[in-house]
Write a new protein. Structure first.
Length: 143
């Protein structure tokens, strides 16, 4: 099943709205982009099961530990249909924190998978978001 150009554009708009809400510290706007049964597995391991949980989490994080972080260089690696009214985005982005370091350093380049569904109002919403921070295992010497 292939996404139409209109569907692809609408999904990208939802993704852009999420980025804008996160960078503007708007936890409510972030949560409104989730389906009623949508969930988030955050990079810190927190698992949030509802949009209300997502809003509460972002309210605390965006005003606390993430307050100086900004997302830049968002790159959608893939966007594909995985069923009627269901799509998946794999993406990566840079996290910068100029307020922490005094200059613009990339602190991390997380990756994420975002499953979106269409809602009753025809808008695409996040059904499942999984964010991870890739790491490299160091080789250890042979025993």
């Amino acid at each position: 099943m292939t996404l139409t150009a209109t569907e692809s554009r609408s999904i990208a708009e939802a993704f852009d709205a999420y980025l804008e809400a996160w960078n503007s510290r708007n936890a409510e706007a972030c949560a409104q982009l989730y389906a009623t049964d949508g969930d988030l597995l955050a990079a810190d391991g927190a698992f949030l099961r509802t949009p209300n949980d997502v809003e509460h989490y972002y309210s605390e994080q965006l005003a606390g530990p993430y307050r100086d972080f900004r997302i830049t260089n968002m790159d959608i690696i893939s966007l594909r249909s995985i069923g009627h009214g269901v799509a998946m985005i794999d993406a990566k982005w840079d996290v910068i924190a100029p307020g922490v370091t005094g200059h613009v350093d990339v602190l991390a380049t997380p990756m994420g998978s975002f499953v979106l569904t269409t809602s009753d109002d025809g808008r695409w919403r996040f059904a499942a978001v999984r964010i991870m921070i890739p790491f490299t295992l160091k080789e250890t010497g042979a025993a």
